[in-house]
Write a protein that binds this ligand. Structure first.
Ligand code: C2E
Ligand code: MG
Ligand code: MG
Ligand code: MG
Length: 283
């Protein structure tokens, strides 16, 4: 039985809990209030065409401005939220903000996609597909503008159910991306079975691509196979000009990274986009 939002009384002190456990429990109890208290903030990182630096998409990334613990990154609270079964309300909230942003971009005639990260547990929620469909209707946004990113591990626990959800999302016309590719254990042949359109090469291979023969070989192999299967390849973690050049030479023409922009407040994405159009030549 998962602990749900609104049932914080289940998070009571038990003598056998270690200090570490108690700390985790109190963090989760606080997370339940964090949305309402507006402590959760969304950032966004642009994804660009490496050939002309046009913005193709923005990836939404969550942060928690905790009143006492300071700024927490997603890796500091999402795995725990997922483990405790309280991730879905967060995902729903992020999805709504993302679709709202898409509506706003359309109003300004700024054409780009918005990507949202899903947790593995989200794919096991039967409401997910309906929620996404309703949001797109409510804000009158074409499904093709939304990208949902999932990790290889999302298919491990209940592959059939997860795959069914993916097929339903795909039928809505949403684009699906496989995140952190190369860090999991799925076989390359398995890729073909998935209704995805995008593969994202993990940062860890990209950062030092210009200096590491191993990482360069791995990235090259991922690009080749993904292209053969007609997926778009997106490189994450581009920090150096030389890395961009190598990626282009290897046939990858889409990416994101600090070289172009660090993640910034989602609220400022529209003005950022308007300005980028004029300044992209000298980023
Ligand atoms: P991800 O989806 O693979 O996102 C890319 C991560 O790489 C982000 O970290 C981003 O800030 C970072 N990054 C991008 N370019 C560079 C670069 O050039 N240099 C460096 N050093 N880092 C770069 P972040 O924001 O800490 O997010 C970590 C992970 O947390 C994400 O990895 C994603 O798996 C997860 N996440 C973030 N937001 C959400 C969310 O709303 N829902 C879910 N389920 N997961 C989320
Ligand atoms: Mg991602
Ligand atoms: Mg990634
Ligand atoms: Mg990651």
């Amino acid at each position: 039985q998962h602990r749900q939002f609104g049932h914080s009384h289940s998070l009571v002190y038990q003598p056998e809990l270690t200090q570490y456990d108690q700390d985790k429990l109190s963090l989760m109890a606080e997370l339940q209030q964090a949305i309402d208290a507006q402590q959760l903030k969304l950032h966004i990182q642009p994804q660009l065409s490496l050939t002309d630096h046009k913005v193709l998409a923005g990836e939404v990334l969550i942060r928690w401005h905790h009143p006492r613990r300071g700024l927490l990154g997603p890796d500091q609270f999402l795995p725990l939220a997922e483990q405790m079964g309280v991730i879905y309300p967060l995902t729903r909230w992020v999805l709504e903000r993302a679709v709202q942003l898409l509506a706003q971009l359309q109003q300004q005639q700024l054409h780009c996609q918005i990507a949202v990260n899903l947790s593995s547990k989200d794919l096991l929620q039967d409401e997910l597909v309906d929620t996404v469909e309703l949001l797109l209707k409510k804000y009158q946004v074409p499904a093709s503008l939304l990208i949902l990113e999932l990790k290889e591990s999302a298919l491990v626990a209940e592959p059939e159910l997860a795959l069914r959800t993916l097929h339903h999302l795909s039928q809505l016309g949403i684009e699906l991306a496989l995140d952190d590719f190369g860090t999991g254990f799925s076989s390359l042949a398995y890729l073909r079975e998935l209704p995805i359109q995008q593969v994202k090469v993990d940062c860890s291979f990209v950062f030092d691509l210009h200096r590491s023969d191993t990482h360069s070989a791995i990235t090259g192999a991922i690009i080749d196979i993904a292209k053969n299967l007609q997926f778009t390849v997106v490189a994450e973690g581009i920090e150096q000009q030389e890395v961009e050049q190598k990626l282009l030479a290897m046939g990858c023409s889409r990416g994101q990274g600090y070289l172009y922009a660090k993640p910034f407040a989602l609220d400022t994405f529209v003005p950022w986009m308007q300005q980028w159009g004029y300044s992209k030549a000298n980023y």
